[in-house]
Design a protein around this ligand. Structure first.
Ligand SMILES: CC(C)(COP(=O)(O)OP(=O)(O)OC[C@H]1O[C@@H](n2cnc3c(N)ncnc32)[C@H](O)[C@@H]1OP(=O)(O)O)[C@@H](O)C(=O)NCCC(=O)NCCS
Length: 154
């Protein structure tokens, strides 16, 4: 369980430096500072950080997408700093963003994950996500993406 001091709140521009550091530790092809600032500017309501004793321990960035027929949430980026993994922080961040998407009328949430990232796939399965299809060559190094979805049941 996350410790008592642990909080989830909306991200602010001042958090981006710490988020960049977490991002670099988590991914082989990290988003750069500018992309993170843009995500926050475009979807300020769907970008959250986990914090403990004034330090950012994880973040999640998403956005709402409207297909014309359906409104769904998209998890675009998620990482927890390595020392704080396995304490429930990732799950708290996903649930907070899901709550936001539901409030805004989404019918479900979609995300892409590297086919090699079996740990994250297992994490998302624990949270109720199912694999729906793969997208070939989705990532810069040619790796395929697994698309996973969770449908809200109201
Ligand atoms: C994926 C990630 C965000 C999970 O964050 P976390 O805070 O460690 O996850 P939690 O502690 O909230 O785990 C929630 C559940 O998922 C499970 N889980 C988490 N990581 C797992 C892993 N690597 N393998 C298997 N299960 C895992 C936990 O056991 C827990 O299950 P429980 O509810 O039965 O206890 C974190 O490992 C990370 O930052 N990874 C690198 C970046 C990444 O891959 N992001 C996702 C890209 S799409």
């Amino acid at each position: 369980m996350p410790s008592q001091e642990h909080t989830i709140r909306r991200a602010r521009p001042a958090d981006i430096d710490e988020i960049v550091a977490i991002e670099r530790e988590a991914f082989p092809d990290p988003w750069d500072e500018r992309t993170l600032h843009e995500a926050l500017a475009i979807y300020p309501g769907a970008f959250f950080v986990a914090g403990e004793n004034g330090q950012v321990t994880g973040f999640i960035a998403g956005g709402l997408e409207d297909t014309g027929e359906e409104l769904y949430g998209h998890i675009m980026n998620l990482a927890v700093t390595p020392a704080c993994r396995g304490q429930g922080i990732g799950a708290l961040l996903v649930r907070r963003l899901e709550q936001q998407f539901a409030l805004e009328g989404a019918t479900g949430v979609q995300l892409e994950v590297r086919v090699s990232n079996t740990g994250a796939q297992q994490f998302y399965r624990r949270l109720g996500y199912q694999e729906v299809f793969t997208v070939a060559n989705y990532y810069g190094n040619g790796e395929d993406a697994l698309v996973m979805m969770k449908w809200f049941r109201f």
